[in-house]
Ligand binder design. Structure first.
Ligand SMILES: C=CC1=C(C)c2cc3[nH]c(cc4nc(cc5[nH]c(cc1n2)c(C)c5CCC(=O)O)C(CCC(=O)O)=C4C)c(C)c3C=C
Ligand SMILES: [Fe+2]
Ligand SMILES: [Fe+2]
Length: 342
């Protein structure tokens, strides 16, 4: 870091400058597992035009009139099943990831974390980093696969925040890393470790990604292709000839056609065709959350067993595993090149 020695006039505002920051971002989560908190969170999330691509004039009456009066109670019940002493798993794990990255990257960088919806918000943390002297900020949405509904909306929110600043920090963004060897290796290593620790031998490893409306694929969103490529590279890298792999899409929402095949449909189909032992992983999620801990590990297990399956294991996301943290450190260091000592 180069510091300039200047004579500062007495009436000059005091400013900190010269620092480098990393802001890790994930989707977001309610502040509590009660219906009121969930309603506030869903109201913000589902009002994002990148998430629900229906004109506001048609969508808002449906959202405010129907969805926000029915879904929060149901979702709050699901959140209660996974809530921890540290609050929402997604927020707690993202915070722990930021702390581990701070320890690995050291004092050349300030590492912070934010949630795209809910708290701590992107405007709050970007402003705090700027105030603490970060002139250069690497924005890191932890979505391996690019999607307009996730990656782009993080960048939009950061841009909106910067649009209100007189002295903006310089911003870099972490590109999607769906086919990065660091990511594929980390997943292969971590899933292999977890599979080998099971007390049964799965016949099938399902790779379940979050779903999206199918029309987004035809409109040019690369999300579907990124998921398929991750799955293809991961299967090749894991090199388990006796294990069958299947890629599926979970968490269908609303009436439109979503990407297929759906995770719940495939679980029932596999159970019915006589598959007895399944493991399921969610490589698109950087941290365990409602969608993995409740929808896959709880609902998924029930769907498979009800269809005739016997052994079921939901594998953990990379979370703060050594494999996951080594991958993230590698990705961040690469994107910080030229900003911190090599
Ligand atoms: C139109 C609705 C939705 C789209 C599009 C969507 C895309 C999408 N979501 C994730 C990651 C996560 N989603 C999570 C929860 C969640 N998602 C939706 C709806 C859409 N998602 C809802 C309504 C919810 C809330 C829970 C519920 O009521 O069912 C989460 C977990 C959050 C948590 O608090 O744990 C994640 C993570 C991706 C990656 C994605 C598109 C690629
Ligand atoms: Fe979602
Ligand atoms: Fe595709």
């Amino acid at each position: 870091m180069t510091w300039q020695i200047q004579t500062i006039p007495a009436d000059h505002p005091s400013v900190r400058s010269g620092g480098v920051g990393v802001l890790i971002v994930n989707l977001g989560t309610p502040d509590g597992a009660d219906a009121k908190s969930v309603k506030r969170y869903l109201g913000e999330f589902l009002s994002d035009r990148r998430v629900v691509e229906i004109p506001a004039i048609a969508w808002q009456p449906i959202l405010r009139g129907i969805i926000l009066n029915t879904r929060p109670k149901k979702s709050a019940h699901a959140y209660q099943q996974v809530w921890t002493e540290d609050g929402s798993p997604l927020a707690a794990i993202t915070k722990a990831q930021a702390e581990k990255m701070q320890a690995r990257l050291g004092e050349d960088v300030m590492v912070d974390w934010a949630m795209r919806y809910g708290n701590p918000s992107i405007p709050e943390r970007l402003t705090a980093m700027k105030d603490a002297g970060c002139e250069r900020i690497l924005l890191a949405p932890l979505y391996p696969q690019y999607c307009a509904a996730t990656t782009a909306t993080v960048v939009d929110k950061a841009g909106e925040t910067l649009s209100k600043m007189r002295w903006q920090p310089s911003l870099r963004t972490l590109p999607p890393y769906h086919d990065d060897p660091l990511y594929i290796d980390a997943l292969a290593q971590d899933l292999t470790r977890q599979l080998d620790a099971l007390d049964f031998k799965p016949e099938l490893l399902m790779l379940s990604f979050h779903g999206m409306p199918e029309r987004t694929l035809h409109l040019g969103d690369p999300y579907h292709c990124h998921c398929q490529k991750t799955a293809r590279l991961l299967e090749a890298r894991m090199n388990r000839p006796n294990l069958r792999f299947r890629t599926t899409f979970q968490s269908r929402f609303g009436r439109a056609k979503w990407l297929e095949p759906a995770t719940d449909t495939v679980l029932a189909e596999e159970g019915a065709r006589g598959t007895k032992r399944i493991a399921i992983a969610a490589p698109g999620f950087s941290a365990d959350c409602l969608e993995t801990l409740e929808e896959l590990a709880m609902q998924g297990r029930d769907q498979f067993r009800e269809a005739g399956g016997e052994h079921f294991a939901a594998l953990s996301c990379l979370n703060t595993s050594d494999a996951g943290m080594t991958m993230l450190e590698g990705l961040l260091r690469r994107e910080l090149a030229g900003w911190i000592p090599g």
